[in-house]
Design a protein around this ligand. Structure first.
Ligand SMILES: Nc1ncnc2c1ncn2[C@@H]1O[C@H](COP(=O)(O)OP(=O)(O)OP(=O)(O)O)[C@@H](O)[C@H]1O
Ligand SMILES: [Zn+2]
Ligand SMILES: [Zn+2]
Length: 840
């Protein structure tokens, strides 16, 4: 037997499967999705098996054998391997990169597993007299999987099935990387009578030991050594002394790192659905029952009760014995969100997010793979949750740009979701109060057939996307009234504060009534740099063409791109003036101003500086929920998902900071942010009010947000997109070239662009936007990137715009391979971003 292996070398030149012999003792164990060690270029490297064949393409005698099998249960399933191949095609990345993104970081070393026989399961099993089973018994019921595998090469399938069914329980330790967490645990006395007797006869000088014994007799529950030592302010040697007398037992216990352990989630029952929810629910349920892959765009205004629809459709999926994946943006993966899912489904929920340690993440991942969890809630990468029968994939806040990964592989979780759902015959629900233009166009077929964007193509392939509107709030509550304040008028009237008179009054009002407010500082594009008021000097990173960011706490200037840090200067380095101003993070300034204007006001500030610590998010939100603060002040992270009944005022300090960014989605992002944050007010009994401060009160993004008018915004925005030639009217690929040598970079960029134009011309694709619109490609550039230098490397970019039946990826691959360079590699670094979210 031959295994086709993708070897872990991140280079385009080696990005193809290599053939290896499967040695006798590994036959039956090596599968598609197995992780193996293989000899490659004189070393042993990690690789993934992507195919098994009877015959090799080359002479079998010349093939090297697989050196080792790294895990006994493959970390990837065949459908994920297939998905990786789709990702590598679609996003122009190597297979290795696509495969690596699917497994938890902890799984990069070698797994060592021990299996233990679970006798109780044996009764329900068809297995009984097998030799391997007897062998485990002889080994006191527990042994290393590797030994078992070596001894019974022919029983691979049966042994693996036994693990899957829970007949064998598997404990995995990853060599060098992490181990399953072991906790030293103290067990209460087996023989109580004996222990009681010992307790009374303890010599007086061993009072501490006596205390330990008494404690264990009273508590009767195993307790962690550390906890015991702390509770009795004693030492572990005292506890050991008691154990040495045979009165207690101390053992290492394996522990799953459950990041939510010890938290009690209040169980919730399904709510009777509102009419709007019911209609939507039935549509989705019908598709779940039919087990057909469909895409739904759930367009529900803020507070319309989308989450309840998610919960009940998941329930439906579980009834069909099919699992569910819920993606939420990292930033809104708040305890409040987790609570809603844990509250309904309890331990069936696994949570995956970036704040977990490698070990915690690995444990949650195993919970999914071993079938203990049926619902995975997580950020972007949870789309790869190793479920085997997915019924439903939900993407909440589907418009969020964080669903696009900015590092290689630069995949978009929404498109991966549609693809994965198709593999499983699952339904996809994209939920948002402000759907992305791409998804909206796809679902409502605004854009004509030949000119669809990503979403549309994917949706069509899955049998068409359906638009499910929920236009009103639960309980018929009104949308909050939004006031626009023209800040230019404020200045004219002599108000130089960052608060308009109206916002000032509204805040005072809430303080008097004991209600709460949310204040948003739109930080995109907000200044946090250092500037000299005398000469205009700004502090720049010496390695990147970008301003350094000022961190007030440490008084350090830091570069966001390369991490360069330096002490903030006392005097202007350029003119020696003392008038050098540090603009602390915008939120700090607002906080100071609040304290000045409203003495005694209780403010919780949430921004990158106050939420770096693990659990800090949770801490602040709980505090706010308990009404221990009057104002929740923050950046984007206060805009989404929060549901607090006493919030009756939302203030936006400066609505337009994001409006003029060099990004064709600037208006869309501004509209989304305003709509989302406005939606935090008046979600329960108390009516809400929103004050938006702006310098552009006539801009359609701001006016439409004021009127909660998504349709008006879309209509206007689509006009601009059509005119400028941007998605959803075409698709984009941004190719960034970077190098330390500017001349080489420029000539390579030009060669790439002209090769692309040539190839497009040869395949007969029109190069003009104005052509009837069914099929075109346009290659722009090379031009300097918006950040022209990063980490001492210059950066240039080409933009490819195309639509219709054009295989732009293939053209690009060909063009890149035509560039002259050493060993088939391009002469400069090239990075490809398909369907970019950020054009930097
Ligand atoms: N059927 C129902 N009956 C009563 N209350 C409900 C019902 N459905 C939802 N709610 C309540 O309505 C409030 C708003 O619901 P939810 O937070 O799900 O809205 P949403 O659509 O997700 O809004 P957003 O997009 O702003 O996050 C919540 O407090 C929720 O508990
Ligand atoms: Zn100066
Ligand atoms: Zn830098």
């Amino acid at each position: 037997m031959i295994a086709k292996v993708i070897v872990d070398v991140p280079s385009r030149a080696t990005d193809r499967p290599f053939d290896y012999k499967i040695p006798q003792q590994l036959q039956g164990w090596v599968e598609v999705g197995s992780r193996v060690g293989v000899p490659f270029g004189g070393r042993v490297l990690q690789g993934f098996v992507v195919g098994i064949a009877d015959q090799a393409d080359v002479d079998v005698m010349k093939l090297k054998p697989i050196a080792e099998l790294l895990d006994h249960i493959p970390p990837l399933s065949p459908d994920l391997v297939e998905l990786a191949s789709w990702i590598s095609d679609k996003y122009c990345c190597t297979m290795t990169a696509a495969l690596q993104v699917m497994i938890p970081a902890a799984l990069k070393g070698k797994a060592d597993s021990v299996v233990t026989l679970v006798e109780e399961e044996l009764e329900n099993s068809l297995i009984g007299e097998e030799a391997w089973l007897q062998y485990i018994r002889q080994n006191s019921g527990s042994m290393r999987m590797a030994a078992l595998q070596e001894r019974f090469p022919d029983d691979a399938a049966a042994i693996k099935a036994a693990v899957k069914e829970g007949l064998l329980s598997e404990q995995v330790t990853i060599r060098d990387r992490l181990s399953v967490r072991k906790v030293l645990t103290v067990f209460p006395p087996d023989n109580e009578a004996l222990a009681l007797e010992a307790l009374h006869n303890y010599p007086a000088r061993a009072a501490k030991q006596q205390e330990v014994l008494r404690y264990m007799l009273e508590h009767k529950e195993p307790v962690a050594m550390t906890a015991l030592v702390e509770a009795l302010s004693t030492t572990s040697s005292t506890v050991r002394a008691v154990a040495d007398k045979g009165l207690l037992e101390i053992r290492e216990m394996e522990q799953n790192r459950d990041p939510y352990a010890g938290r009690n989630f209040k169980r919730t029952e399904p709510l009777p659905l509102t009419e709007g929810q019911q209609a939507v629910y039935e549509e989705i349920a019908e598709s779940l029952d039919a087990e057909q892959s469909r895409v739904f765009l759930l367009h529900g205004v803020t507070g319309s009760g989308k989450t309840e629809v998610y919960l009940q459709t998941i329930e439906r999926s579980l009834q069909h014995e099919r699992q569910a994946i819920v993606l939420v943006p990292e930033i809104s993966l708040t305890p409040q969100m987790v609570e809603r899912f844990k509250g309904r489904f309890g331990d069936l929920v696994a949570v995956l997010h970036s704040r977990l340690s490698n070990g915690e993440r690995y444990d949650e991942w195993r919970k999914i793979r071993e079938g203990r969890a049926k619902v995975a809630v997580g950020a972007r990468s949870a789309i790869f949750a190793p479920f085997d029968r997915i019924g439903l994939i939900i993407i909440d806040e589907e418009h969020e740009s964080s669903y696009k990964q900015e590092e290689t592989p630069k995949y978009h979780a929404r498109d991966v979701a549609v693809r994965r759902a198709r593999q499983h015959g699952a339904a996809v629900v994209l939920g948002s109060a402000t759907p992305s233009l791409e998804s909206f166009a796809a679902a409502s077929r605004i854009v004509s057939a030949g000119s669809e964007s990503t979403g549309a193509a994917a949706a069509r392939a899955a049998g068409g996307a359906a638009l499910l509107p929920m236009p009103s709030r639960v309980g018929g509550r009104p949308m909050p009234k939004v006031h626009l304040i023209d800040m230019r008028d404020e200045l004219k009237n002599g108000n130089r504060s960052m608060f308009s008179r109206q916002l000032h009054e509204a805040l005072l009002d809430r303080l008097e009534r004991g209600e709460q407010s949310v204040l948003l500082l739109n930080r995109r594009g907000y200044s946090t740099f250092v500037m000299c008021r005398s000469c205009g000097y700004t502090a720049q990173c010496p390695h990147c063409d970008i301003s350094l960011t000022y961190h007030q706490k440490s008084r350090v200037l830091r570069c966001h791109y390369c991490g360069h840090a330096e002490q903030a200067p006392e005097k202007c380095p350029s003119c020696e003036s003392e008038h050098i101003r540090f603009f602390g993070t915008g939120t700090q300034r607002v906080e100071e101003e609040l304290a000045k204007l409203f003495p005694g006001i209780r403010v919780i500030r949430m921004d990158v500086d106050t939420t770096t610590e693990k659990g800090s998010h949770e801490k602040w939100l709980t505090m706010f929920g308990e009404r221990k603060a009057d104002v929740l002040l923050g950046t984007q992270m206060v805009a989404k998902g929060l549901d607090f009944p006493y919030v009756t005022l939302v203030g936006v300090i400066a609505a337009d900071t994001s409006l003029h960014l060099p990004d064709f989605r600037a208006a869309e992002k501004t509209f989304q942010l305003l709509t989302q944050v406005a939606g935090r007010a008046g979600r329960h009994e108390l009516p809400g009010e929103v004050v938006v401060q702006t310098y552009n009160p006539e801009h359609y993004a701001i006016v439409s947000a004021q009127h909660h008018d998504y349709a008006a915004f879309v209509q206007e925005e689509l006009k601009h997109r059509r005119f400028m030639g941007y998605p959803p009217f075409c698709r984009l690929i941004v190719v960034t070239l970077s190098d330390e040598q500017l001349p080489l970079l420029i000539t390579t960029g030009e060669k790439l662009a002209s090769a692309l134009r040539q190839l497009a011309y040869e395949s007969g694709i029109k190069g003009s936007m104005d052509s009837d619109g069914t099929r075109f490609i346009d290659i722009l550039g090379p031009v300097a990137s918006p950040i022209p230098r990063m980490k001492d490397r210059y950066r240039f970019q080409c933009m490819v715009k195309y639509r219709g039946n054009v295989n732009a990826n293939e053209l690009l691959k060909q063009a890149i391979s035509m560039l002259p360079g050493p060993q088939g590699q391009p002469p400069v670094q090239i990075s490809v971003d398909v369907d970019p979210q950020m054009i930097l």
